[in-house]
Write a protein that binds this ligand. Sequence first.
Ligand code: HEC
Ligand code: HEC
Length: 202
Amino acid sequence: MRSSFLGCLSRWILPVLLLLSALPFNASATDARQIATTLCAACHGLDGNSSDPANPKIAGMDVAYLAKQLKYFASGERRNEIMAGIVATLGAADFLPLAAYFSSQKPLPGKVKDARLAELGKRIYEDGNTETGVPACAGCHQSSGAGNARFPRLAGQHQAYTLQQLGEYKTGRRATDRLMVSVAQRLSTDEMKALAEYIAGL
Ligand code: HEC
Ligand code: HEC
């Protein structure tokens, strides 16, 4: 009995285990939901609609955009200590399934707190500022702010997060995109606040 068990172990079980461990690990949709529940939900909400304005809403954003940002956090191209720490606990193979999970969640609308400020923001968003060379945001991010694979969704985002990101593009701390750096360099702080207010209500 004993020897036949050992024989079976070496002949079949061990090779199968070795083969399994050699296969590339691919996180499935179930794994992604599991990771989202245990690791991401605390800050981004399980459905990607974070309630804390310091953490971006990521529900309904394009899958390629989300996966790319996770890659940027991992490589350090996008500098953020919190997200760098998070992605360090993941494998690169987890990025796409996680991005797909949050991309498939329904984005909830944001709230405008200052209607007059939002009105100024709308003008810049739709028409830009010809005096300072700010292009219309709508030209890339669309009037609805829904975005697409190239230009991320902005609609409904927390004011604080939008404002912070525009500031980071302006100083070059976030330099993941040349276009956005040159757009932000032309924006004044007041214009950024107005844009963030308008975008929250899109
Ligand atoms: C402790 C809070 C926290 C946790 C946990 C967390 N995040 Fe984040 N996440 C943030 C913050 C803060 C930012 C904004 C980073 C910045 O300013 O660049 C962010 C940014 C992001 C972005 C970029 C969004 C955009 O619009 O560009 C993605 C994608 C993201 N997180 C995905 C995840 C995923 C997936 C997980 C779980 C594996 C996760 N996060 C866990 C706080 C968190
Ligand atoms: C020429 C096209 C273009 C124009 C015009 C443009 N953007 Fe962008 N924007 C982009 C691209 C591309 C990205 C993604 C960059 C990256 O990966 O960092 C982006 C990213 C952003 C982000 C970060 C979103 C996130 O979830 O982290 C914000 C905020 C933003 N843009 C706001 C604006 C505003 C406000 C304007 C108008 C003043 C504007 N953009 C005009 C192309 C554009």
